[in-house]
Design a protein around this ligand. Structure first.
Ligand SMILES: Cc1ncc(COP(=O)(O)O)c(C=O)c1O
Length: 380
């Protein structure tokens, strides 16, 4: 199978060296970048930031989006906006990119790891409810960890490789326990859950536009809001908390320099013009992979019930860790880039002492997941 897979992928992408995920620039990217240079608006001021935010809001259905320097900082800001403070705990999943946990740590808070579901690869509502039932208590309207007294302020599930978690069920649990819901939708631009774009279920959603994402701005990210007041506060904080309309450089709190520069937004404006083509191409690739792996008797990960995935990074599930490692070695040595899932966050030295639920499903997936080439297959 390994050899036929390598041949199949090289044919699919028409290349002898196939990367995991390369960006494609099909449209107005150069035109808009030239405009930035010609007008000298390359930094935080310029028309493309507002335009990109409006296009993103229209595409995702969020009431307001605020563009930011990258997804990691957008997550940090999102958690800050919902009130996460030093000493708090934030419920998240162990199967995620390290940025999810780092954004919690930047605020002096700690992650608590809740197991994932096998059919979504994201936070399991059943594990979440069980862990809270056994470990949480509500006092004066806030949720606390019974064991250490820490406040459990927020929940940060992640839509893994573009597949949605059961976000509506997670929302109900968060509401029951007075926990703020923030969605790490970094990988999930274009993913719908029950017909609604992910990132719109919690108080804040975050998307990344890093070079390996479905749509790139070089580096970049965004916060999504349905609460306009909170969006206004986000804009204020990422603009060094400068007092609006003041000629003087007056600032009313400690702010940050996290605005997306105009040059990055210019690329985003061009990319989003092609988003529907990108998504269609990725779905077609996923269907072709699915057919191929069905014939080979290998499990290809398809969208779960209620989810319309963006198929950002396609996933195959190997029989066990040994087979996973063999497959990774063979494919990478033969010109087809593949990679394993992240080492679970509960095993990383920074987070090894954090509390956790039973994590059997996450470990099962870590042992089996292989990401296979998934770039958009449209050429100029
Ligand atoms: C799940 C997840 N969260 C957060 C991030 C951080 O985004 P960025 O690289 O834009 O900082 C990424 C991707 O890079 C990611 O995959």
């Amino acid at each position: 199978m390994y050899n036929s897979f390598v041949t199949f992928v090289k044919q699919l992408y028409g290349s002898q060296q196939v990367p995991l995920h390369a960006p494609v620039f099909l449209g107005n990217e150069k035109k808009y970048l030239n405009e930035c240079i010609d007008t000298t608006f390359v930094s935080s001021v310029g028309k493309f930031v507002d335009q990109f935010e409006e296009q993103l809001a229209a595409f995702t259905g969020a009431k307001k989006v605020v563009a930011c320097v990258n997804g990691t900082n957008a997550l940090f800001l999102a958690l800050k906006l919902v009130g996460v403070e030093k000493g708090d705990e934030v419920l998240t999943q162990p199967l995620t990119f390290v940025a999810t946990c780092n954004s919690i740590a930047y605020l002096g808070a700690s992650p608590v790891f809740i197991d994932v579901d096998i059919d979504t690869m994201g936070m399991s509502p059943v594990s979440l409810r069980k862990w809270l039932f056994e470990n949480a208590i509500i006092k004066d309207g806030s949720c606390y960890n019974k064991l250490n007294g820490n406040r459990i302020k927020a929940c940060l599930p992640m839509h893994t490789f573009g597949h949605s978690v059961k976000i509506d069920e997670i929302k109900v649990i968060c509401d029951d326990y007075n926990i703020e819901l923030v969605e790490d939708a970094a990988e999930a631009l274009g993913t719908l859950y029950k017909g609604k774009h992910v990132g719109n279920f919690g108080k804040v959603g975050v998307i990344s536009f890093n070079g390996n994402k479905i749509l790139t701005t070089g580096g970049g990210g965004t916060l999504m809001f349905n609460d306009l007041e909170l969006a206004g506060r986000a804009k204020h904080l990422i603009t060094q908390a400068k007092v609006a309309h003041s000629i003087d450089f007056a600032h009313d709190e400690v702010g940050y320099n996290l605005r997306m520069p105009n040059v990055n937004a210019a690329i985003g404006c061009a990319q989003i013009e092609n988003i529907n083509q990108f998504l269609a191409s990725k779905r077609e690739t996923a269907n072709l992979y699915n057919e191929f792996f069905q014939k080979e008797g290998i499990s290809f990960f398809t969208e779960s019930e209620n989810c319309q995935s963006n198929y950002w990074l396609n996933v195959v599930l190997m029989e066990n860790r040994a087979q996973r490692d063999d497959f990774l070695k063979y494919t990478n040595q033969n010109g087809v880039m593949t990679r394993p899932a992240w080492v679970l966050m509960n095993k990383q030295p920074m987070y090894i002492d954090c509390m956790q639920s039973n994590l059997d499903n996450a470990q099962w997936l870590e042992d089996r997941i292989v990401n296979i080439p998934s770039s958009v297959r449209i050429k100029l």
